[in-house]
Design a protein around this ligand. Structure first.
Ligand SMILES: NC(=O)c1ccc[n+]([C@@H]2O[C@H](COP(=O)([O-])OP(=O)(O)OC[C@H]3O[C@@H](n4cnc5c(N)ncnc54)[C@H](OP(=O)(O)O)[C@@H]3O)[C@@H](O)[C@H]2O)c1
Length: 361
């Protein structure tokens, strides 16, 4: 890791200057080409760009592995990311603020923070120093470790976006979470419970007990039960984290009129990968529009593809819920960043069902 000379930033509207030691290179996991875990390279000297005014340099302590990381590594989103290689993987982060851009006001050097980059960020968080914008970070919940904190933001913000921003769930509503055993699904269950909703979910048999303990009223084992007949309809919203044709059909049939069906498996990236951005993106827009019209006409429901988005207010609420012990994502195993290939291999082979976190010393 290399440090440059002292740099100075003028504080806007004042004559005073802030001084910082800025890191110019650091250790990072670089993806030079798409492929299996073996393509990942832990490099000692990845460049650390200068901070823009709204950006924050974070000394990384822990990053969690999301399905997007392993999918990106394998080539998902190649139409977007291919021309940008080599890139650094990783969305989630927990660490400490090392430096702030000139206009950052809510965070200060030394503060413990957690947060997540948006899905298309090119310089990810698998690095000793990561750069996020101010609105992608907030104070880390003090009651949990960096490892525990790093498991939360990307999954919880994805659930937040769907439930709070799109469906605008409210107390007393009935919500179905398809795939409650995954990180997004489990975060979604806890957000619904904290809002006062009645939650049903589908999950594997090993997840049943802890999902019910988190407050879901009904958990149906998708490996042994027919979910359509086990779940009684009239839901206000369905969040489908699995998003295959069968879960989409069942989810839509179980909604009441005016309800929201939201899938995490939008087709914009896969169609763009198949046909190129110029054809794939308009094709995806046309497909989404067709489905929206079709389901509005046939079932009277709102259909959407939902994506994780930075949401500073949402992240703050997620922090408060986590602090209160109402939102957690269990971490199954940790690896040092030096074993990032082994960690990705374990996720690829489904050896570890739950969250895996990489630790940076
Ligand atoms: N659109 C976006 O912006 C966005 C953001 C985040 C994630 N995602 C996507 O959303 C999906 C979930 O992400 P995640 O982070 O929650 O993944 P995860 O933690 O790896 O969870 C996956 C879980 O899905 C469950 N599952 C598999 N097949 C199922 C089925 N037929 N019915 C019910 N549950 C089933 C399994 O739970 P059991 O252990 O209970 O069997 C598994 O643990 C991934 O495909 C990811 O790429 C999209």
């Amino acid at each position: 890791m290399r440090f440059s000379k002292l740099r100075t930033f003028q504080i806007p509207g004042t004559a005073s200057f802030r001084c910082r030691f800025i890191v110019t290179t650091c250790r990072a996991v670089v993806l030079p080409r798409f492929g299996g875990p073996h393509v990942l390279e832990l490099r000692p000297d990845a460049p650390v760009p200068d901070l823009k005014p709204t950006e924050v340099l974070v000394r990384t302590r822990a990053v969690s592995i999301n399905p997007l990381d392993t999918r990106m590594r394998s080539g998902y989103g190649r139409s977007i990311f291919g021309p940008l290689l080599p890139l650094i993987l990783g969305r989630d982060i927990s660490g400490e603020v090392a430096a702030t851009g000139a206009s950052v006001r809510s965070l200060s050097v030394g503060q413990e923070v957690f947060g997540a980059l948006h899905p298309t960020a090119v310089r990810g968080t698998y690095a000793d120093y990561a750069i996020l914008s101010e609105d992608e970070l907030t104070s880390k919940p003090v009651s949990i470790s960096h490892v525990e904190a790093s498991a939360i933001p990307f999954a919880a913000l994805t659930a937040w976006r769907a439930l709070k921003s799109t469906a605008r769930i409210a107390e007393g509503q009935r919500i179905l979470i398809v795939g409650g055993g995954g990180a997004v699904g489990f975060a979604a269950i806890q957000l619904c419970v904290a809002t006062g909703c009645h939650v049903s979910t589908t999950c594997g048999s090993q997840s049943l007990a802890w999902i019910l303990a988190a407050g879901a009223e009904q958990a149906v084992d998708y490996t042994s039960e027919d979910i359509e007949s086990a779940l009684k309809g009239n839901f206000d919203a369905v969040l489908d984290t699995i998003g295959v044709p069968d879960t989409e059909r069942v989810g839509i049939n179980l909604l009441k009129r005016g309800g929201h069906y939201m899938t995490l498996q939008g087709e914009a990236a896969s169609l763009s990968d198949r046909y190129g951005l110029a054809v794939g993106l308009p094709a995806a827009t046309a497909m989404l529009l067709k489905k929206q019209l079709q389901y509005r006409f046939s079932h009277g429901i709102e259909y959407s593809w939902t994506y994780m988005r930075a949401d500073s207010e949402g992240l703050y609420e997620i922090c408060k819920l986590s602090e209160a012990g109402k939102l957690k994502i269990p971490v199954e195993k940790t690896f040092p960043i030096t074993q990032v290939r082994e960690a990705h291999e374990a996720k690829d082979n489904r050896q570890i069902p739950g969250k895996v976190v990489l630790e940076l010393d």
